[in-house]
Write a protein that binds this ligand. Structure first.
Ligand code: MTE
Ligand code: MO
Length: 528
């Protein structure tokens, strides 16, 4: 082991029980190893806790802290930082939190190295590392995240929570200990090179854990970056297949609700509070409604919009049974993931506001809110609360999860239109007939007219409108175009809603009221 030879810059610590010669000397590189091990160890520990959170429904402080931080950041910073995209907020803040874990873990490992150099026993240091990780999670991070000490108020309870934190702590300690050098009084059995190899292996392990954790985080952005489904002509289908329905959630790990123990309560300012079980909900006379759902963070031309057929009951029927008191202002929806949002009582009583348990004829998939969610036509997705657990009637204007972060409270959908074919940047051979088509949506106002410009907005021609699946869905539009000259064309679309108002052409980001502006693409007509 050349690296262990005294005098060649390596470690001059005891080997096979021999005392070393005087003070141990560490090279710069060697000083970095403990820090690196600590950083790696704590990040892997955090990921292990997230993976266990998925398996056991225990709380994950990294996720809870992300919630807290996105709530506390001033709106302007938040918007600038995140490009005003609520759906991308999580991964970014989470990355910062992971880096924070890395820094603190690295420093803790340096402390461990310091203690070892002073001949504190390895086992003592290892147990100390575990205790630190566990305590930091159980006593500091969990309460900060809002689930109480040791996750007392978490769904899975303190026992499973402690265990999950303990396993995270174990991963942390094992990796730290593989990166530090024992003190001179202690037997060393592992060479420098093997230390490196081990850390490399842990690094790989970390990548696997990160990949696994990202699979769950992935739903935050993966769905929307996928190629959109199209029909034979390249148009968006009128009804979105469930597998292609967009998904947005604040969570890294969505709640898995057990339908047999699920209960929906209706409480607050009501004369008759009530409770509804899954079987009772499904036993009631059902109705189905096809509506379009759009996320408020959908960009101009974006695909955080889908149309589904929902089955359930009228929310009004349930509320009428509970008998709202005269002072009720808002109906608040609470969910199993700690999310909440509200709509005005008047809106909740409309016959198209539903409590649903099926999408396109199948039970709601987990990611869409199993066992039950709210569908509020005309209002952006964020108020269509998933994994619903409680309905609370309150005598004031309630601010929900995204309202606390600066998003619109009324959240009525803006009139939008989108070009689906041709694609931006497409090359179109001269002489052919080109289908231009897409969707337009204005909630319950409906769409009365769609126009297309082929010259960047100088002149406009009306598109043909397809009858929508319901008055609450998007409208598909199309036109045919026979280009006569080669060159670049800027295609723009604009819509009018059912009241005759034109789509707002002024470009605005999604925050706070939903994006406005006209979807514009450029195509190039070339010699065929
Ligand atoms: N409980 C809960 N409900 C929620 C959310 C959430 O994070 N938690 N996200 C909201 C947002 S921002 C949107 S756009 C819609 C998305 O619904 P979908 O995933 O079924 O398309 O769910 C809403 N309901
Ligand atoms: Mo959303």
């Amino acid at each position: 082991m050349p690296g262990d030879e005294p005098g060649d810059g390596g470690l001059a610590y005891s080997y096979q029980g021999q005392r070393c010669r005087g003070q141990r000397v560490m090279t710069k590189r060697q000083r970095w190893i403990p820090f690196f091990a600590g950083a790696l160890g704590s990040m892997i520990g955090a990921l292990v806790v997230i993976v266990l959170a998925q398996l056991w429904q225990t709380p994950s402080p990294a996720q809870l802290l992300t919630d807290r931080i996105t709530a506390l950041l001033p709106l302007s910073i938040f918007a600038a930082l995140l490009g005003a995209l609520e759906a991308a907020a999580k991964p970014l803040v989470f990355l910062l939190i992971l880096i924070g874990y890395g820094l603190i873990g690295g420093l803790v490992a340096l402390l461990a190295q310091h203690l070892l150099a002073r001949n504190v026993r390895q086992i003592t240091v290892a147990v100390g590392m575990m205790a630190l990780f566990w305590l930091a999670h159980a006593v500091v991070l969990a309460p900060l995240g809002g689930v109480g000490i040791v996750g007392r108020s978490a769904q899975a309870g303190p026992l499973w929570t402690s265990l999950a934190f303990l396993i995270g702590a174990l991963s942390f300690a094992v990796i730290v200990m593989s990166g530090v050098t024992p003190g001179s009084d202690q037997t060393v059995s592992v060479s420098e090179r093997r230390r490196f190899l081990r850390l490399g292996a842990y690094g790989l392990l970390g990548l696997v854990a990160a990949g696994y954790a990202l699979r769950f985080a992935g739903q935050l952005f993966a769905r929307s970056s996928r190629a959109p489904v199209t029909d034979a002509q390249g148009l968006t289908p009128a009804l979105t297949p469930t597998a292609d329905f967009y998904v947005v959630s604040k969570n890294f790990v969505d709640p898995k609700v057990d339908p047999s123990s699920w209960q929906l309560t209706v409480t607050g300012h009501v004369a008759h509070p009530l409770t509804l079980r899954y079987t009772e909900l499904k036993a009631r006379p059902a109705l189905s409604l096809t509506t379009t759902l759009e996320c408020i963070s959908n960009d101009v031309g974006g695909d955080l919009i889908s149309t589904g057929q929902w089955t359930g009951i009228r929310l009004a029927d349930l509320l009428q049974e509970a008998q709202p008191l005269p002072d009720v202002v808002d109906v608040v929806f609470h969910a199993a993931d700690g999310y909440s949002d509200s709509i005005p009582l008047m809106k909740a009583l409309q016959p198209t506001t539903l409590l649903v348990y099926a999408l396109n004829g199948e039970p709601l998939p987990t990611e869409h809110g199993f066992p039950a969610r709210i569908i509020v036509p005309n209002i952006y997705g964020m108020k269509n609360v998933k994994w619903l657990t409680a309905i609370e009637l309150v005598p004031y204007d309630f601010k929900g999860y995204w309202q606390e972060r600066g998003w619109s409270d009324s959240a009525i959908v803006q009139t939008m239109s989108r070009i689906d074919v041709p694609h931006n940047g497409e090359r179109i051979p001269l002489g052919g007939k080109v289908l231009i088509g897409g969707i337009a949506f204005a909630g319950e106002r409906g769409i009365s007219r769609v126009e297309v410009s082929l010259d960047g907005g100088e002149s406009w021609a009306p598109a043909m409108l397809e009858p929508p699946l319901s008055p609450l869905t998007w409208v598909r539009w199309r036109m045919y175009w026979q280009p006569r000259t080669v060159g670049a064309y800027r295609i723009v679309v604009r819509a009018w809603d059912g009241t005759g108002s034109p789509q707002d052409a002024k470009p605005r980001p999604p925050l706070p009221d939903g994006a406005t502006g006209l979807h514009t693409i450029t195509v190039r007509v070339v010699q065929s």
